[in-house]
Design a protein around this ligand. Structure first.
Ligand code: AMP
Length: 402
């Protein structure tokens, strides 16, 4: 979408949104935090060519039929939006949503955006692929744009990176995806989003943070490490987002998460997303969210299931039979791309040996190997991706069989 189309869209929405001055954007660029400034990417570098900007196959008619439950004190006063224009977003954010090719909000966005913009904490139960990233990142950016950058605490001679927004994600792949989306939403706002994760060079990540870091997207282990070494300070965090809370707890991150949350200021807004709602997640929510609103998208028992996925069970006698059936199934669908999930790293390698034209992703592969495998699969050069659950959620890989 070109700039004149964007202006046209804005004009058509007249009366719905306050036109705000772009003053705040400039303020974030001039934030007095010792930033060195990063290279500014062009619109095409950030969003891709206009023709390829798509809606990732979201079937809105199906999505709109999904029931949504909202609970919490005084929730009646917060009205869901049916169009992005009703959220009265700052112009640059609204333009970026259009540049992403989003025409209307998904159910989780309809409810989460006004709740979070109104300043409330949020616990959202929504399935993967429901548009969660926009649901938490847009209100976070909107709040930061409205408030402008904070003054730096006095007395620090050599300021260290002090993000104002923090997103924790369980895996590097998911963190990387959130970073890509956030870079789109924050385009030309002056707000800089950075990413840190384990298994990659810490020095390079530190140098990137020093260029300016307003929103930090991190995996828990690397963030604990860097915060303990004073490479980053969490004392200015106003906005904290915990993505895939249930998965984080399954992966054993609870102690690190609690430690990180205890480093954050008390005065902040907290948003948690989860696909399921086990007791451990409820406990985390009641310990760290204040006066929160709960949004559940979908029937409780269906929360993990994407309505676009057909599930079939094939019964096999033993391991050998299982592998034979798998190879036969892959041959049947030899024109399509397929993701095969297995339980162990060893099984990953064994299966990949039996399957032509495959790549593998598991926890023993370093970041470069994982990125390489993903990009070979995404580009279609490899037909089969064999993975452990490091790739189980949140990855966006076209239309593959699983
Ligand atoms: P997420 O759940 O954040 O990983 O989003 C899943 C996919 O849906 C991503 O490709 C998003 O870019 C896309 N998406 C999110 N919100 C919308 C929307 N309102 N309209 C169209 N596509 C969307």
């Amino acid at each position: 979408m070109c700039s004149s189309d964007l202006r046209g869209e804005r004009d058509r929405n007249d009366g719905m949104r306050e036109m705000r001055s772009e003053g705040n954007n400039k303020d974030w660029r001039r934030r007095q935090d010792g930033r060195r400034g990063g290279e500014e990417k062009t619109e095409v570098e950030v969003f891709g060519e206009v023709v390829s900007r798509s809606t990732a196959g979201i079937d809105f008619d199906k999505y709109d039929a999904i029931p949504v439950q909202i609970t919490g004190a005084n929730v009646d006063s917060i009205k869901p939006i049916s169009r992005f224009s009703e959220a009265k977003l700052t112009d640059s954010l609204f333009d970026n949503i259009r540049r992403c090719g989003y025409d209307r909000p998904t159910p989780v966005q309809k409810h989460s955006i006004p709740i979070v913009v109104s300043g409330r904490d949020l616990m959202a139960c929504a399935q993967t692929g429901s548009g969660k990233t926009c649901a938490f990142m847009i209100p976070c950016l909107e709040s930061l744009l409205r408030s402008g950058p904070p003054p730096n605490p006095s007395g620090s001679r050599r300021p260290k990176p002090m993000p104002c927004g923090l997103v924790l994600a369980p895996t590097r792949e998911l963190a990387a995806q959130i970073h890509v989306e956030s870079t789109k939403f924050s385009f030309e706002t002056g707000i800089r989003c950075c990413i840190i994760y384990g298994g990659a060079d810490m020095r390079e990540q530190r140098m990137d943070l020093e260029k300016g870091c307003d929103i930090l997207i991190a995996t828990p282990g690397r963030l604990s490490d860097m915060a303990e070494r004073s490479n980053v300070s969490l004392e200015l965090i106003q906005f904290f987002i915990l993505d895939e809370a249930d998965r984080m707890l399954d992966m054993g991150f609870e102690p690190q998460i609690r430690k990180i949350i205890n480093m954050l200021p008390q005065e902040r807004q907290t948003v948690m997303f989860t696909a399921t709602w086990p007791t451990a997640v409820r406990r985390l929510a009641s310990d760290f969210l204040r006066d929160f609103v709960e949004v559940r998208v979908g029937e409780a028992e269906n929360l993990r299931v994407n309505p676009d996925i057909e599930q079939r069970v094939v019964l096999c006698d033993d391991m050998y039979g299982k592998e034979q059936q798998l190879v036969a199934l892959l041959q049947e669908n030899s024109n399509d791309q397929t993701i095969v999930f297995v339980n162990t790293k060893r099984e990953c390698e064994t299966v990949a040996l039996r399957v032509d034209n495959s790549v593998v992703i598991h926890g023993d592969k370093d970041q470069h190997e994982r990125d390489m495998a993903l990009s070979l699969f995404k580009s279609g050069s490899r037909r089969v991706l064999v993975a452990t659950d490091v790739a189980a959620r949140g990855l966006e890989i076209g239309r593959a069989h699983v």
